[in-house]
Design a protein around this ligand. Structure first.
Ligand code: BT5
Length: 259
């Protein structure tokens, strides 16, 4: 019995589990609600992008939080989800994905899972819905589909737990382990010093640090050296002689920096 999470609401098909929980959050749903789906007709990625997954191919899950940490630190919750997913994947496959800033999970530079955090603000505070899609297996005939999807491009840049480990991971077990790991960290963040320890674990797992990256910001694209991630979750980069902190951007991993 979880102290944080309710029994998941399971959908055979829904537009988006994140959309569902964002609406539930606005309607006053309690913290700890979980929605999972076998298939999403309009799975959401970040910045208006799509998340594509064939029926039964993935763990598609969203969780509702009502964090007590300041909204400026809300990022810690997505970090906890990414670390929980990484640990659960590691337990079940023996392979721990690398985290790509801000929150992708990669194996051999290919994306095996992605996270989307959406904030709903109220006069009295905020709620946060964190959704995660983890690719389990792409079986013949149940390939990912979606409007305008370039499958060749997706296969080039994405992978599944089956492809990396040869293991057909049990979706319910993955969900249970992931929720347990998330609960452990989330219920501890109010304690002094825990947030910093979680960020240390994030930094240790983050493959973006120490890489040359291409930064794709809203209005420009440039090359930078990724030096670290701040406690607020910002990516610290050096561009020429300047050091900057990035809030929201996409980064593309280039080569490792000379040590
Ligand atoms: C993400 O966005 O990585 C966030 C994905 C969150 C999906 C979950 S599923 C449950 C919950 N409900 C939702 O509606 N969403 C969440 P972003 O970093 O923007 O990455 C999106 C990009 O990844 C796309 O533009 C594609 O290039 C690529 N992509 C799409 N589907 C993919 C997949 N299954 N595996 C790997 N890459 C994918």
């Amino acid at each position: 019995m979880s102290r944080l999470f309710a029994k998941p609401t399971v959908f055979a098909s829904i537009d988006s589990t994140n959309r569902y929980l964002v609406d539930r959050a606005r309607a006053g749903e309690l913290e700890g609600a979980v929605a999972v789906a076998d298939f999403q007709e309009a799975g959401r990625g970040r910045l208006g992008r799509s998340w594509i997954a064939g029926p039964g191919s993935s763990l598609l899950c969203s969780m509702l939080f009502r964090p007590t940490v300041a909204i400026t630190h809300a990022n810690i919750v997505s970090t906890i989800v990414a670390l929980g997913a990484r640990a659960a994947i590691g337990d079940l496959t023996g392979i721990e994905p690398v985290l790509k800033w801000p929150n992708d999970l990669l194996v051999d530079e290919k994306k095996v899972a992605g996270l989307l955090g959406e904030i709903v603000t109220f006069p009295s505070g905020y709620a946060l819905v964190v959704g995660i899609g983890i690719n389990l297996i792409w079986r013949d005939g149940v390939l990912p589909t979606g409007a305008g999807v370039d499958l060749a491009d997706l296969f080039e840049r994405a992978t599944t737990l089956y492809e990396i480990s040869g293991i057909v991971v049990d979706r319910a077990e993955l969900l249970e382990r992931m929720l347990l790991a998330i609960e452990r960290d989330y219920l501890a963040i109010a304690e002094a010093g825990v947030e910093a320890k979680i960020m240390d674990r994030y930094r240790a797992a983050c493959g973006t640090i120490g890489r040359r990256v291409r930064v794709e910001a809203r209005d420009k694209s440039y090359i930078a050296d990724a030096l670290g991630v701040s406690d607020e979750g910002r990516l610290i980069v050096r561009v020429g002689a300047e050091v900057e902190e990035l809030d929201a951007a996409d980064v593309i991993h280039l080569r490792a920096l000379p040590s």
